[in-house]
Design a protein around this ligand. Structure first.
Ligand SMILES: [Ca+2]
Length: 339
């Protein structure tokens, strides 16, 4: 294996990593913005171009927007990489500019209106919330208290429950193709359940921490407390794409937590914040900002960790639900652009 750190416009277009579509048109899917490639991401490249035939796999590591690429050594590629290695600093500069939300990009700021209020188990340390086919599911955390639940929306009663044993601290959940996937915080293992039988049927592994989870109908989408979201194949559990989220000043927005994929956008609340970000899954750009301050009344919660952490969406009824850890209520809200 050859370890290579660098980037060159003659090999990779400015602000991207991968094979140039000009010289290798079939390689275009491998050309990626630097800001969308995260640590330890492995990307298979399968296109048939002559140079691409030399390239089997590369591992992209974003380090200050300078790429580290690991190739299997082949002569043609070695030459290209030697040329490219001279350009690292320039690449880093141009790469970092792609991280920012363009100045002219519209970011819509939303306020909310409460449509309904439902009871919620004030002992539930909510880490995941989803609404699928008329059913509300919740994942709860804390060691010894973690669970997967099906909950009656109107009463708050727990209809079904699977306890997650110690030492696991359960995190986000999502339902895809009849299976519920549930993360754990620091054990790098997730659990897979049959959604109908409500029984665990498998496990999967991932690197780093697990915080929030959702899906776009194809990939699991995972947050880990950083500003990055990983797209994970639900069969191989390989990371297929990573996006990074920055504010309009170019500063990483860390602590992305509970997630919900709604109408082609990713909604995420941010740990210890009273707002939800709406994120473009193509590039991580923040397109919306929902201010949810004022949902709780003074005295509703008594724990400093009782923070906003639950987003669920009912696509049939177009209903948006939000709640938080240890919150006594689930709120159905409508969002509206601020005037
Ligand atoms: Ca959710």
């Amino acid at each position: 294996m050859l370890s290579y750190r660098g980037y060159a416009p003659n090999v990779f277009p400015a602000g991207t990593a991968g094979l140039s579509p000009a010289s290798h048109p079939a390689a275009e899917p491998a050309v990626r913005k630097l800001s969308t490639i995260a640590a330890e991401e492995v990307i298979a490249v399968k296109e048939p171009g002559p140079l691409a035939q030399q390239l089997l796999i590369y591992r992209g590591v974003a380090q200050n927007a300078c790429m580290s690429l690991i190739f299997r050594p082949r002569p043609l590629l070695l030459l290209a990489l030697c040329l490219a290695s001279l350009q690292c600093n320039a690449g880093a500069n141009s790469g970092s500019s792609t991280n920012k939300t363009p100045e002219n990009a519209p970011v819509t700021h939303y306020s909310y209106q409460i449509v309904n209020i439902f009871p919620h188990d004030a002992n539930a340390f909510t880490q995941g919330l989803i609404f699928v086919d008329g059913n509300l599911y919740e994942g709860t955390g804390q060691q010894g208290e973690s669970s997967l639940r099906e909950v009656d929306l109107k009463t708050g009663n727990v209809l079904k429950k699977v306890d997650v044993p110690e030492p696991y601290f359960a995190e986000g959940i999502t339902l895809l193709n009849g299976k519920i996937y549930q993360l754990t915080w620091q054990h790098q293992v997730g659990f897979i359940y049959d959604a109908q039988k409500f029984e665990q049927i498998g496990k999967f592994n991932y690197d780093g921490e697990g915080w929030g989870l959702t899906n776009d109908g194809h990939s699991l989408i995972l947050s880990d407390g950083s500003n990055r979201l990983r797209f994970i194949d639900p069969d191989s559990f390989r990371v297929t794409k990573t996006i990074a989220v920055f504010d309009d000043g170019g500063k990483p927005i860390k602590d992305l937590n509970e997630l919900e994929y709604i109408d082609g956008q990713i909604y995420t609340n941010v740990w210890h914040k009273d707002y939800i970000l709406i994120i473009d899954p193509q590039n991580g750009r923040v397109t919306g900002w929902i201010d949810l301050s004022g949902l709780l009344q003074p005295g509703d919660v008594h724990d400093e960790e009782a923070v906003l952490n639950g987003i669920a969406y009912d696509p049939a009824g177009k209903r948006l639900f939000v709640t938080g850890k240890l919150w006594p209520r689930i709120f159905e809200i409508k969002i509206k652009p601020q005037s």
